[in-house]
Design a protein around this ligand. Structure first.
Ligand code: M6R
Length: 369
């Protein structure tokens, strides 16, 4: 049932190109328009939405953080992202014009379910992004956009995350399409790139051997830090979460701009720091910033592991290890930059003799608060 792989997690990592393609299937027509018929919230209602609030836990929360960048950029609708367990116990400001998006692989996460009930009680409309047909969260939502990752068995979420990202992009693009905001060349390009992205994920998977080797060489480390900017920041958080739950190592993700506000004090000689570099094209200011962040940490002794686009030469002099990813539009980069971090965590866990599919103290679906 593991399809020849030692662990479900490895199988699920390998299934990502298909999971991504399946989640896009039938949702983009030949003209590049989105047809999300399942989203049973009418176009008129979607035009009235004046705020999007995303609630989720763990890895799904990281997908939500990335969605915020896409939603605000493509639709100009303000978007908040909140941990479901926090949202539920405060007094959020919601009404009929708020679109709440609940993201959950299992559809059974109690914190997320409670958050969506809380939102509906206050009149907000809830759209679920979910991987499990007929589970509780989509049943209690106004509409659902299913991810088509197929069953995810390993406790650590991989293919579900990538498909959650795809679903979030589709929601953002659909909102943009319905409302006519910023619906122009940029959006058309992104839609085109999105329909090709599964091949890029496959290319990343084909080049993972050096990442495995690197992970094995770090098996006796205590701490790994992850840094990113823009959409690379949630990717850093996700890389750190994977490492915590699988390798039981101290791992933290930071926004690279926050370094000087505290975390840089953590850097010690030879401490591995994974940096997710934004594309050098277009938003080159961001890229310049990350290059100086890499220089700063390296000057303090960090061993830098840089995830950077093919053709990004500026990072080369400061990277002790370089992990190449394909060129993608900035907002879509997490679909390719997360993959090496999954492989890295999985291999480190194996090297440390940990149980990959069933990490200690964790359950696949958390049905208690
Ligand atoms: O089933 P859900 O997507 O609602 O689960 C949310 C989290 O419990 C889940 O993503 C968890 O963080 C994973 N173990 C991460 O790999």
């Amino acid at each position: 049932e593991k399809g020849g792989y030692d662990y479900f997690m490895l199988k699920e990592i390998a299934e990502q190109p298909k999971a991504v393609a399946d989640t896009l299937l039938g949702r983009i027509d030949a003209a590049g328009s989105l047809t999300l018929d399942e989203v049973r919230i009418g176009a008129a209602e979607l035009r009235e939405v004046d705020k999007v609030v995303i609630v989720a836990c763990g890895t799904a929360f990281h997908a939500g953080l990335i969605a915020k960048y896409a939603i605000e950029h493509w639709t100009r609708i303000p978007c908040e992202v909140e941990l479901a367990s926090e949202f539920r116990y405060r007094d959020p400001i919601l009404d009929r014009q708020t679109l709440v998006v609940a993201i959950s692989q299992s559809g059974e996460t109690m914190d997320t379910l409670m958050a969506l009930r809380h939102a509906r009680e206050q009149g907000a409309r809830v759209l679920a992004i979910c991987n499990t047909n007929g589970s509780t969260i989509p049943r209690e939502s106004d509409a659902v956009l299913y991810t088509h990752a197929g069953p995810e068995v390993a406790v650590a979420s991989t293919k579900a995350f990538l498909t959650q990202l795809v679903a979030c992009y589709l929601v953002a693009l659909y909102l943009g399409q319905v409302r006519g905001t910023k619906w122009g060349d940029e959006i058309r390009d992104v839609v085109r790139e999105l329909s090709r992205i599964s091949r890029e994920v496959e290319r990343v998977l084909e080049t993972m051997e050096p990442v495995r080797e690197l992970a094995r060489s770090l098996a006796d480390k205590d701490t790994v830090l992850f840094l990113g900017r823009h959409v690379g920041y949630p990717v850093a958080l996700e890389g750190a979460l994977k490492l915590k739950e699988l390798a039981y190592m101290h791992a933290e993700g930071f926004a690279a701009g926050e370094l000087k506000h505290g975390p840089i004090a953590l850097i010690e000689e030879d401490m591995p720091v994974v940096v997710v570099a934004p594309s050098p094209r277009g938003r080159s200011v961001l890229h310049d910033k990350i290059v100086s962040n890499i220089q700063e940490i390296r000057a303090r002794g960090a061993r830098t592991i840089v995830v950077a686009e093919e053709g990004d030469e500026a990072v080369v002099p400061y990277a002790d290890h370089l992990i190449r990813i394909p060129v993608t539009p900035t907002l879509l980069q997490p679909l390719v930059s997360t993959v090496p971090l999954q492989v890295f965590a999985c291999e480190l866990a194996t090297a440390r003799g940990n149980e990959v599919d069933q990490p200690r103290n964790l359950a696949k679906s958390v049905t208690v608060e």
